[in-house]
Design a protein around this ligand. Sequence first.
Ligand code: FAD
Length: 540
Amino acid sequence: MIRIPNLKLRINEAANHHAEKQALHNLILSKLKINRNELITFRIFKKSIDARKKDAILYVYTVDATIKNEPAILKKAVKAGITPTPDLSYKKVNPGKESLVHRPVIIGMGPAGLFAGLMLSRNGYAPIILERGDDVDVRTDKIETFWKTGRLDPESNVQFGEGGAGTFSDGKLTTLINDTRCRSILETFINAGAPEEILYLSKPHIGTDLLRETVKTIRKQIIENGGDVRFRAKVTDFIIQDHQLTGLIINDTEKLDCTTALLGIGHSARDTFETLYHRGITLTPKPFSIGVRIEHPQQLINRSQYGSAATTEGLGAADYKLSYHSPKGRSAYTFCMCPGGYVVAAASEENKVVTNGMSKHQRNGENANAALLVGVQPEDFESDHPLAGVAFQRKWEGLAFTLGGGNYHAPAQLVGDFLADKPSKQWGSVKPTYTPGLTFAQLKDCLPDYVVTTIKEALLHFNNKINGFTMADSIMTGVETRSSSPVRINRDDDNVSNVLGLYPMGEGAGYAGGIMSSAVDGVKTAEKIIMKYAPFSASD
Ligand code: FAD
């Protein structure tokens, strides 16, 4: 098979799957100068949009093709960047020899825990997954109740429950890491019901609606392969003897013997961070970001990114990614942009307001939203305690809760008023999507001064990139504090913490950021277990 890059189609040439396939077929023939009967088969490896020229938007493809007489073609075509298709299949690791005393336990069922669980169960290690929140169906009901009424379940919410933090998200599967495991993770999602396009789109996303179903299917696969999954099972303590993990306490009452635990608790398990700290597990504060969610009409973003092609069917809702470095030293950037999405109430603690964003697969909501964040460093925190970043987050989330009215309504301000430093009085043309509700407030009252100043500068800068970004009616909702973990749970090259048998992994441990990299970290951590131990046998 050979890889052919840089095949371009106009957007109307790829209006539907059949037309796209036919047009690509013809392009391959002309690029390779071969006859129809020499092209045996081909598939898209990568598809992206080139919208630099608004009047000539293109799809750009890399395809893998099987052709007759490949060596001869390769020889001729090497200058055009055509190469043999590399082998990107997942390389299994070999099991080790040590005996596991007890079944390995996975704490937390976010992407890290889910994919570690699948990997261990497929290889005969019979993992037990403990998840503090509910299964995804019960969790969905709890979250919908919260969004309607403001009644929060601190154990089952947008941060906690089956599928982890990203289940109520846009389900973006983009990542900056270049790891061959990414492809097998995408394939697992596809086998569990995600659309095949995630394998080749340059910016793949699943959407919260489809993601919830895939998570359930993966759970079933784990159980079929010999794993166990327990919901409403929060690890409340760690039993450690001579620097070795020997057991876990579940829900303050049940003791589970355990010498190998994969700790994938995410970035919001503040109570568990505290327990780890008190049990002597090494934690270090780390930088993260805080800011607001900003909401614009999706049409405004489409027009800015796609010009007159904005209404072309199939092009979908446009996205953006912006960054700004202030001469005063701070940086601001947009993060986790959700085209055609919703701003969501993402609190996990009582009396705190936290925002985030999600979209459905179709991304057909009226508004676009994104986090607008400014980086903060441990030096910004009020002490050098390992959990000072958590205290910092709590402070601003608590102020946002009070400003919002003390009922999980979030403080909000129109962009025009934020820039003019005055409170907003009524909504303009943009309808807010956050529920259970919003209260007009000055966002400067729930953000550090340097964050407010940097966001103001950044807004003006971003308006030069996205025409209308400072549209007076667009809405800012506070506060977004959970873009990444405020703490790192230290681990060595074998992924082990300073307590033997305890393997921190995923975003909460500070080794990943986002669904894909957390899933990859879960797989890598499971591989460490596989390489060290023989599969678990009940007779061990
Ligand atoms: P998590 O997903 O946070 O999972 C940790 C799990 O551990 C949770 O289910 C929690 O309940 C459980 N847990 C915690 N403590 C305990 C305990 N003591 N005992 C038992 N269980 C415990 N990333 C993207 O790449 N794309 C996106 O589009 C995207 N959108 C997002 C939208 C929202 C609203 C949010 C909140 C996040 C979004 N993210 C997105 C980030 C992404 O969700 C995280 O990076 C990812 O989920 C981290 O995976 P994880 O497995 O490390 O941790």
